[in-house]
Design a protein around this ligand. Structure first.
Ligand code: ADP
Ligand code: ZN
Ligand code: ZN
Length: 742
């Protein structure tokens, strides 16, 4: 090994190699190549301290800031081919800068787990299952299986949609394996080695588009070879997916072109996957999400990265999947909060998708029935082209009817009003299903006057005060202002002030008492924490084994229950007056979506919303199913309050076992911001909404600016000194750019 600089600089043998590593430092690391011949984007093993690490070759240089005899040599390279290229480097460079996150950590995090391990990763063989030729010929396949073999029938039904990998079958039931073996033994199913290109047996069956759909398709197709963002605003069931598919049909005619489709929820991928596979039987398609095994994930990722998979459907992390021939990006349900990553690098996949489309110079289509106000604003200013699908696409399918029930005047029986109880009863008699939707998660209680609807405001900012009953305090979670709980309404003198959002615990018990014969199931994060629990439950709903479903957000999305004709909504009022300025935007989207669960098939659906504020603009817009109207109201409020999308925000959060350490660190950050800030508003350190979590005291500062650039510049100057400060070593801290939670 050589240690002389001029020797190293001109020898192709022992070059200086710049390597990205998964370490929390904002730089690359120099190594010597030894006798390896390396290429940019290749995966290598390097010594780091007293251990070994996986790194990515980023480049080669003539000089190093470190003495050459101090440089260590790369131990080995893993794969024959590079796995990343400049396009991905550029995207991750943007992310690292924008989210103030170490580049090496950002880059390594996008690799499938197998590629982060210190061993070569053979691109694995994956097996899949399909119907045998006999099964395909059989006209009444289901009838060949005894009715009590529920799981076998279910697997067959799934395979009739198209081939399935093990991972997909696993989703269907916890006892899938036994059922599959039985089906194979009977000769109905066969196993084969899966290739992304394996064709299925189904013909094309594109719908004839209606005029609005046609306009949307034509609009996008007119701008295929350049960057342009489109907002497809269409009510539930208006045929957005059909629009995506017909656009892809054209895009994918170009040889080798690839399409990336992002979906918010893992639970939504199987449905979408099935539809795309049916429509494009000969086009290689892969999915990327966390229910895949490590081996499958690697295999799918590799298919995308080598350009073999032409359609990639995935959840938020897949926005980073290398795709050499990327021709279009589609983001379905673009408003959904699960596109935001809430730890490590706190990126927003929709925003990254936009940057990616711009860098790749390709169009991007964002679809939603209730677009985010950020996207709505971009459509208003003309940055995005807006396309509207105002009606349900299927003939005679109408939107559900939505009504409010005024709980200020109707007596409640443990949270249920008589009209709602009556409606539940009618459904039970008709053998139809009902869903009771409770909206409780993430909303902090505010102090509300039951007589005049006054809500305790913050005197220092346009935010609402949060009730902290234990301490007897009201606190602003935006600026930190604190005061005692008032006993009397300052507006009307009423002494009956209440903290909203309490007391739905007994709902399930009440239902059991009211309807002892009904089959009732509760769904929330606690009851479905087991992996298969949700899918098992959905099966029961489809099999009509459940009459009344009680649940939270989990039920709102995407699931189709044809026999469900009533949705009751309880306990949403706290969200109307939440201190989180996005709460009502989210509530509208959620209620719209949950309303979409009712009456999807031929049966008309009814939605009953219990509220003390039926005249609130959110409900008037909801009853009319007029998002555009409500969006413009919300935009006015945001403009007045200087909230996003009219301003840009960032948070610095910190936590430690002692709050004084948190405070000291945040005070330092605050002082630095005050010293440098131009065009950036910063509020003093304050405690987080959740003050203590897992034994840690938590605090934050809010930064806000009308200019994204000014905020970015400030953050980039702030981070390095904060990282180096002694105070930082006593806390865990991070930056959250464009935070979605406070
Ligand atoms: P969205 O994605 O907006 O919820 P989908 O694309 O799922 O809507 O369409 C809802 C239903 O309408 C589907 O059953 C679909 O097959 C049907 N559909 C879509 N477009 C048309 C059309 N032009 N004519 C008839 N039916 C359509
Ligand atoms: Zn009052
Ligand atoms: Zn305030």
């Amino acid at each position: 090994m050589s240690s002389s600089p001029n020797h190293a600089s001109n020898a192709s043998q022992n070059q200086i190699v710049n390597v990205a590593l998964d370490v929390p430092l904002e730089r690359l690391f120099d190594y010597l190549s030894g006798n390896l011949s390396l290429r940019i984007g290749q995966r290598v093993e390097v010594p780091f301290g007293n251990r070994k690490m996986v790194g990515i070759v980023m480049g080669f240089s003539q000089h190093s800031d470190y003495a050459l005899d101090k440089l260590k040599t790369i131990s080995r390279s893993f794969d024959d081919e590079p796995i990343l290229d400049e396009t991905t480097f550029r995207l991750m460079r943007f992310c690292a800068d924008y989210y103030q996150y170490p580049f090496g950590q950002a880059l390594l995090a996008i690799l499938p787990a197998r590629l982060r391990q210190l061993k070569p990763a053979p691109m694995l063989r994956i097996f899949a299952y399909r119907l045998s030729p006999e099964a395909l010929k059989c006209a009444q396949l289901q009838q060949q299986i005894p009715a009590r073999q529920v799981v076998q029938r279910k697997l067959l039904l799934a395979l009739q949609e198209g081939e399935k990998t093990e991972a997909q079958l696993k989703q269907l039931s916890s006892v899938w394996q036994k059922a599959l073996m039985a089906l194979m033994a009977q000769g109905w199913v066969e196993k084969f080695e899966w290739q992304a290109s394996a064709p299925t047996h189904f013909p094309l069956n594109a719908q004839t588009l209606n005029a609005e759909q046609q306009a949307a398709v034509t609009g996008v197709l007119a701008q295929l070879s350049q960057f342009q963002a489109f907002l497809l605003y269409g009510v539930t069931g208006s045929g957005k997916t059909e629009v995506y598919m017909q656009i892809l049909q054209q895009v994918l005619q170009k040889p080798d072109s690839q399409a990336l489709i992002l979906v918010p929820e893992i639970n939504l991928t199987p449905q979408l996957e099935a539809r795309f596979r049916q429509r494009f039987p000969h086009i290689p398609l892969v999915t990327l999400h966390s229910h895949l095994s490590d081996g499958e994930r690697l295999h799918h990722w590799h298919q995308a990265q080598t350009g073999r998979a032409r359609i990639v459907i995935g959840t938020r992390l897949s926005v980073f999947t290398p795709m050499p021939k990327l021709a279009i990006i589609i983001v379905d349900e673009e408003h959904d909060a699960s596109f935001k990553q809430q730890d490590s690098m706190r990126y927003h996949a929709r925003d990254i998708a936009l940057v990616r489309a711009q860098q790749a110079n390709v169009p991007i289509l964002l679809g939603s029935a209730t677009p985010s106000l950020e996207s709505w604003q971009n459509a208003e200013t003309g940055k995005f082209k807006r396309m509207v699908l105002p009606q349900r696409a299927v003939e005679n399918a109408s939107l559900p009817s939505i009504y409010t029930l005024n709980t200020a005047t109707l007596p409640l029986q443990n949270g249920l009003s008589q009209p709602l109880i009556q409606a539940l009863k009618v459904r039970l008699e008709r053998g139809e299903q009902s869903l009771l939707f409770i909206n409780r998660r993430g909303y902090a209680p505010v102090l509300l006057c039951s007589a005049c609807h006054w809500i305790a405001p913050c005197s220092r900012c346009s935010s609402r005060l949060v009730v902290h009953l234990k301490q007897g305090k009201l606190r602003c979670h935006h600026c930190g202002h604190e005061q005692s709980i008032v006993r009397q309404c300052p507006s009307c003198g009423n002494a009956d002030l209440q903290a909203t959002g309490q007391g739905t615990q007994r709902l399930e018990e009440t239902l059991v008492k009211l309807f002892p014969q009904a089959k009732i199931a509760r769904v929330d994060r606690d009851t479905i924490s087991r992996k298969d629990a949700l899918s098992d439950l959905l099966d029961k709903v489809h099999a009509q084994e459940i009459d009344i479903l009680v649940g939270t957000q989990i039920l709102a999305k995407g699931h189709d229950f044809p026999n469900l004709t009533l949705v009751g909504v309880l306990d949403t009022d706290s969200a109307l007056f939440s201190p989180d300025f996005r709460a009502s935007e989210r509530l509208f989207a959620q209620l719209m979506q949950v309303a979409g669960r009712a009456g999807r098939a031929d049966k008309a659906g009814e939605v009953l919303i219990q509220t003390s504020f039926p005249e609130h603009p959110l409900f008037t817009a909801l009853v009319q199913q007029d998002y555009a109207n409500y969006a413009s109201k919300l935009m006015e409020e945001r403009a007045i309050a200087s909230f996003p999308p009219y301003t840009f925000m960032a948070l610095i959060r910190a936590e430690a076992t002692q709050y004084r350490d948190v405070d000291a660190f945040l005070q330092l950050a605050y002082a630095q911001v005050r010293a440098q800030a131009k065009q950036v508003t910063c509020y003093p350190p304050m405690r987080a909404q959740m003050e203590r979590l897992k034994g840690m005291e938590r605090g934050q500062i809010v930064l806000q600016s009308q200019q994204r650039g000014a905020l970015q510049k400030l953050l980039s100057q702030l981070i390095a000194p904060l990282r180096e400060s002694k105070l930082a070593s006593r806390v865990r801290w991070h930056v959250d750019v464009d935070p979605m939670e406070f």
